[in-house]
Design a protein around this ligand. Structure first.
Ligand SMILES: [Zn+2]
Length: 153
């Protein structure tokens, strides 16, 4: 099988084994947008022996905190993280879903206080695994959601 080689980075964070098509959402979760001055490279729908197809994101010159990286588990529970220093892998780990996320997901319940136009409050969701699927429950209205990629705000 042909392998797509993305340029190596000197220092920074590589997020591999992202579910295919979710790379842009990963950037959103990490707060990286069009305004960023960071060097970001991204590959989508790369052939993968484990996953069929996968996405990869590389962020040069930035070590993203574990807490931030673990939010990626909401949409890609199998993502792996490589922290690179001087072209070598310094640390490698799998993301684990956080117990609580604030301000990442949008509650689908229009009556929820987190969607109120007056005095909106920051969304808070409690994360759990149900049938190998990442599930979130709203702190305010208790609404339960799956397929979290739809609710990234
Ligand atoms: Zn809610």
């Amino acid at each position: 099988m042909k392998e797509l080689v993305i340029s190596k980075i000197k220092n920074g964070t590589v997020i591999d084994h992202i579910n295919s098509g979710k790379a842009l959402l990963v950037l959103k979760i990490l707060g990286i947008d069009m305004e960023t001055s960071l060097t970001v490279s991204m590959a989508m729908n790369v052939p993968s022996s484990k996953m069929g197809k996968k996405d990869i994101v590389k962020v040069e010159g930035m070590f993203i905190s574990d807490d931030e990286l673990n939010k990626i588990a909401l949409i890609s529970p199998n993502a792996t993280i490589n922290l690179i220093k001087d072209y070598e892998i310094e640390r490698k780990f799998k993301v684990t879903p956080p117990e609580v996320v604030e301000g990442v997901l949008k509650c689908p319940n229009p009556m929820c206080i987190s969607n109120a136009e007056r005095e909106p409050v920051k969304s808070i969701f409690y994360i759990s695994m149900e049938d190998k699927e990442v599930t979130a429950r709203c702190h305010y209205c208790r609404r339960k959601i799956k397929d979290l990629a739809k609710y990234i705000s």
